[in-house]
Design a protein around this ligand. Structure first.
Ligand code: COA
Length: 172
């Protein structure tokens, strides 16, 4: 299987229950940095199965597949609201070649077609690849969210704050 990702060779489609293993393989391929930047849900198999079944995220979930490789997924959570919330995650081996942008553009089209007022998201300011993608498709920063921490061990900075950090016991 090639690890070269050409967005034109990827098929973007809504998630199906059969995508559980593909999603879990993607979860397993994520780097610690990726998990620190993107933590809408845990990354265990039960969650992969729930995402695939449409039980984890309250809104459309789209995947990018090439053969049996699930290279990325994105979603619009809070779908019942006029401004659903976008998230996207691409396999490190497929990053930097346009797939994240393609998934985001697809989700924006889904939201637009459904008559949504717009799409919102939150992103860490130091997640430069994500910020680049979001700016490229037209997102603008409207409000800043501060991550505040009080570290009892007197370590100065710790961004791995998602639920998976607690699960793995690496929340210091
Ligand atoms: C964010 C993410 C989805 C982007 O996916 P991707 O497939 O790599 O995205 P693309 O290839 O379409 O675009 C990446 C852009 O980031 C730019 N980029 C990458 N690293 C960068 C860096 N360190 N500094 C500045 N720009 C950077 C690339 O140059 C590219 O922009 P370009 O098309 O103008 O060259 C992917 O990096 C990812 O899954 N990260 C982990 C999960 C995550 O952070 N999700 C978002 C949470 S809000």
């Amino acid at each position: 299987m090639t690890t070269e990702a050409n967005p034109s060779e990827w098929i973007l489609r809504p998630v199906t229950p059969e995508d559980a293993h593909g999603l879990y393989t993607l979860f397993e391929a994520m780097t610690q940095e990726g998990k620190a930047a993107f933590h809408p849900h845990p990354f265990d198999f039960a969650t992969a199965r729930a995402v695939a079944r449409g039980e984890q995220i309250q809104g459309p979930v789209w995947v990018a597949v090439m053969g049996d490789w699930l290279g990325g997924y994105g979603f619009l959570a809070g779908w019942k609201h006029p401004w659903p919330s976008l998230g996207v995650n691409v396999d490190p081996k497929a990053q930097g070649q346009g797939l994240g942008t393609a998934l985001v553009r697809q989700l924006l089209a889904v939201a637009r077609e459904a008559g949504k007022a717009g799409v919102t998201l939150t992103v860490y300011q130091d997640n430069l690849a994500a910020v680049a993608v979001y700016r490229a498709v037209g997102f603008e920063t409207t409000r800043a969210l501060w991550v505040m921490e009080l570290d009892f061990a007197e370590r100065r900075f710790h961004t791995n704050v998602g639920p998976q950090a607690k699960e793995k016991g690496d929340l210091r």
